[in-house]
Design a protein around this ligand. Structure first.
Ligand SMILES: [Zn+2]
Length: 435
């Protein structure tokens, strides 16, 4: 007996053969996909979902977020990055408690579920609170606390606050709920730390078998200052210090050189491309088409909501495709399928979940989304891939399922109490913004 059978759906599987099935059936049992194809399975199902007029695809993976920044949506827009960070973001962040971050992350996850995201890679602070929010939110989460220190003389890895939090979360939360929640190691960025710190955290990641998450060459000044300081690019100097010796996600990579791309390729680093944030902060446009040409894996992220201002990955999918066409004067670059691949398969690999999520294939987790296309704005569907990449917006997602459980459907949440979460935010917002 199947738990769920989705009938008569158009399935964009994102599998290795790039199968797209019309009028397809997706069988689900014990949280896994047991069947995808055009023939109706014989097995009866406890629950049947009529997928007529719907598109099914794997849920999206957001490979670079700061989910708790959901509190800062629309706060401090239209500033340059350093001014934005130093004069606006850091003072507010200095007032955030672990509980604040917990509720903010639940709020962000509600938005992600409603816009088709099932997994996210998050860098922030107060790691134990992040971990609890990740456990309670229901999404796949790779969480990390970005290590940063401006004073090499006062730094000691053993007594560093991030180390203590990493160890606590490694013990209490890493691998929670059958590895739905994982600890990553994070170095905030090259320009906010120094080689000794990089080496220590890189060694820790390697010893414990954890992924690495870092901001890399986001702005021109960051890139150029590093070359002036070390005689090497951020990519080169970090690689030399072992930062990419475990599975790594490098966010932004707007200002990387061709040699940097070769290093990223050789080290099998996934680039998290955040086109909306990069444009909003006027950091530039990452050379993503070139990265693909060089064989670098590129996934997608939203970055924090304070520089986006939402967690809608469909916006990133469309923009990622359009930007490369536009800046290279070539509409053949970054076709729709590739943009979807970035938001699914590439993200799944970045998180170390390439055997669980990112495709609709028997044996994979039943973590998928449905989009109803029988409405203005989405009908007709001449090409489901094109509809998903260029027409669908996050708000068009009808249903989000993770491991066979429907967590969101047509405005309703099954698991998260969004009214309660929003009420919890009132006093937090009052305290941190009226201080
Ligand atoms: Zn970021």
């Amino acid at each position: 007996m199947l738990d769920t059978l989705i009938k008569h759906v158009t399935a964009v599987t994102m599998d290795d053969e790039q199968h797209i099935y019309t009028n397809a059936f997706i069988g689900i049992k014990d949280g896994k996909i047991t069947y995808v194809g055009k023939i109706e399975p014989d097995e009866a199902a406890e629950k049947v979902i009529d997928g007529t007029g719907m598109l099914a695809m794997p849920g999206l993976v957001n490979t670079h977020s700061h989910a708790a920044m959901a509190l800062m949506r629309g706060y401090a827009d239209d500033y340059a990055l350093q001014e934005w960070l130093n004069d606006h973001v850091f003072p507010v962040e200095g007032r955030l408690t672990g509980r604040d971050i917990y509720w903010a992350m639940l709020w962000a996850q509600a938005e992600m579920l409603a816009t088709g995201t099932i997994a996210y890679t998050d860098m922030y602070m107060q790691l134990p609170s992040m971990a609890q929010a990740a456990v309670d939110g229901g999404l796949y989460a790779n969480i990390s606390n970005g290590a940063m220190c401006f004073n090499p003389d006062g730094y000691n890895f053993e007594t560093d606050g991030v180390t203590a939090q990493n160890l606590e979360v490694l013990e209490k939360f890493h691998g929670a709920d059958d590895s739905r929640v994982k600890l990553d190691v994070s170095i905030h960025a090259e320009y906010t730390s120094f080689p000794g710190l990089w080496q220590d955290f890189a060694r820790f990641a390697k010893e414990k078998g954890l992924n690495m998450h870092i901001h890399l060459s986001e702005t021109r000044s960051e890139h150029e200052n590093c070359v002036a300081k070390y005689g090497k690019t951020p990519t080169a100097i970090l690689a030399e210090n072992g930062v990419f010796d475990t599975r790594a996600t490098a966010a932004h990579c707007v200002w990387v050189t061709e040699e940097d791309m070769e290093i990223l390729k050789e080290k099998n680093v996934t680039v998290a491309h955040n086109p909306v944030s990069n444009l909003k902060l006027a950091s530039g446009i990452a050379p993503v088409a070139k990265m693909f040409e060089k064989g670098v894996r590129v996934a997608l992220g939203t970055d924090g909501v304070c520089s986006n201002n939402n967690h809608d990955l469909f916006e990133e999918i469309k923009l990622a495709a359009l930007l490369q066409k536009g800046v290279n004067y070539d509409p053949r670059l970054m076709p729709a399928y590739r943009a979807l691949w970035m938001a699914t398969r590439a993200g799944a690999f970045a998180q170390g979940r390439e055997n669980q999520i990112g495709q609709l294939t028997a044996g994979f987790d039943a973590s998928l989304i449905l989009v109803d296309t029988e409405k203005p704005g989405l009908y007709p569907v001449h090409n489901p891939v094109s509809t998903l990449a260029y027409s669908v917006r996050g708000g068009d997602v009808s249903l989000t399922m993770i491991r066979g459980k429907v967590l969101y459907e047509n405005g309703k949440y099954y698991g998260l109490d969004v009214e309660k979460i929003r009420e919890k935010l009132f006093p937090i917002l009052h305290r941190i913004f009226n201080a």
